[in-house]
Ligand binder design. Structure first.
Ligand SMILES: C[S@@+](CC[C@H](N)C(=O)[O-])C[C@H]1O[C@@H](n2cnc3c(N)ncnc32)[C@H](O)[C@@H]1O
Length: 367
């Protein structure tokens, strides 16, 4: 086994099969070594990490949320001295960091240990930065040292590194899996792809996080004082986020909007379905968002019908709800419907998506 082809792949724990299919398509020789925790899988990809990352940079997967290389495996004692031990050993065990690129350490704790990611991040980062090393920049790192503290099955009996790790149950030892990569190669610049947002005063729904994450992931910009259409708007989380960003929002939903949005004159709420609104000859919009709870193909059909009400410079963000069974064929059908009117500029299962994915669309004539 080559240590340059080991990686940790992370996806939503309800989409493991779909993420595995994406890995098999990109790296047909990939072998699953172990499920480290729900949706966190240790793989021998069969190709160097950088090669797989390059393939996915060109054509990103939908369900694989994050990848990180494993180039060093260090035993852990499961006590408070582990972070300092990692700071002493990992800098030499890992490839050298580029001194010109800002870096960060991203630790995930997937085992029962008495320290937090922050303890490993700070201790190891200080050792890596040293006196002449790269600058630490946790907000916009260009290179990332990923560390996962895990209980690992002893899948490689001759791995002498593993021998010192504390036993955790039968045939399992505590270990840190670590690797250095370019942030752009990890599919997300957040540890494990876990993009968390602080809860805000006045927040209407958790769905707001989905829209905020989508803005970031797809790099979309809202034009000042744009006209936005929010299909399936209730209780109004996405509408609130769009208003905060200066959009005038037409909110379509038979359901009620949160009372806190009632006095906002920048919101026009029509208590009708999207299908009914379509009959009304809608206005034209700079942005259409759609979080309607309905079959992905029906939602795609409606979205395609709304395409003529989108300005040529406009764009769409929508969720596609995944069925319990036949998820891939249903998605393929929904994509085929959307392609009649749009270019699919991005499709990802975001950290804040549960049984759904988020799709970013641009009008087909804008090609
Ligand atoms: C997940 S909620 C939307 C949450 C919203 N994005 C937010 O941030 O608060 C889904 C909404 O889709 C609406 N919906 C379902 N079918 C619809 C249809 N045909 N037309 C309009 N809205 C619909 C439901 O009434 C429900 O309020």
């Amino acid at each position: 086994m080559k240590l340059n082809s080991l990686l940790i792949l992370t996806c939503d724990d309800g989409s493991v099969d779909l993420a595995q299919a994406e890995l098999s398509a990109a790296a047909p020789d990939a072998v699953l070594l172990e499920e480290l925790s729900a949706g966190v899988l240790l793989y021998d990809a069969g190709v160097p990490f950088a090669e797989l990352a390059a393939r996915w940079r060109a054509a990103p997967p939908i369900f694989v949320r994050h990848i990180a290389p494993v180039q060093a495996i260090a035993p852990l004692g499961g006590h408070a001295g582990d972070p300092a031990y990692l700071a002493r050993t990992l800098p030499d065990a890992l490839p050298a960091l580029d001194p010109t690129l800002p870096f960060s350490v991203q630790t995930r704790i997937l085992a029962d240990v008495p320290y937090k990611p922050f303890d490993v991040n700070t201790t190891l980062a200080a050792a890596l930065a040293g006196d002449n090393g790269p600058t630490l920049d946790v907000r916009a790192p260009q290179q990332i040292v990923s560390v996962a503290c895990v209980s690992l099955r002893i899948w490689q009996p001759d791995a002498s590194l593993m021998l010192g790790g504390a036993h955790v149950g039968r045939n399992k030892r505590l270990a840190a899996l670590a690797g250095l990569s370019l942030a752009a190669d990890n599919l997300s610049s957040w540890a494990g792809g876990m993009r968390r947002f602080a809860r805000e005063e006045g927040q209407v729904s958790r769905a707001e996080f989905k829209l905020l994450e989508a803005f970031e992931v797809f790099g979309v910009e809202l034009s000042p004082r744009g006209m936005a259409l929010d299909l399936g708007a209730a209780p109004g989380g996405w509408t609130r986020v769009l208003r905060q960003r200066g959009q005038y929002v037409t909110a379509i939903d038979p359901g009620e909007l949160d009372a806190r949005l009632a006095n906002d004159r920048g919101i026009r709420h029509l208590r009708i379905t999207a299908e009914q609104y379509l009959q009304d000859e809608p206005d034209r919009f700079d942005v259409i968002v759609n979080d309607m709870r309905m079959d992905a193909r029906d939602s795609a059909r409606l979205m395609a019908a709304f395409a003529r009400f989108l300005y040529p410079h406009g764009w769409v963000l929508m969720t596609l709800k995944l069925p319990e069974h036949d998820r891939q064929p249903v998605l393929d059908q929904a994509f085929a419907i959307l392609r009649r009117a749009y270019r699919i500029a991005g499709a990802r299962q975001l950290f804040h998506n549960r049984s759904e994915i988020t799709v970013f669309l641009i009008p087909a004539q804008g090609l």
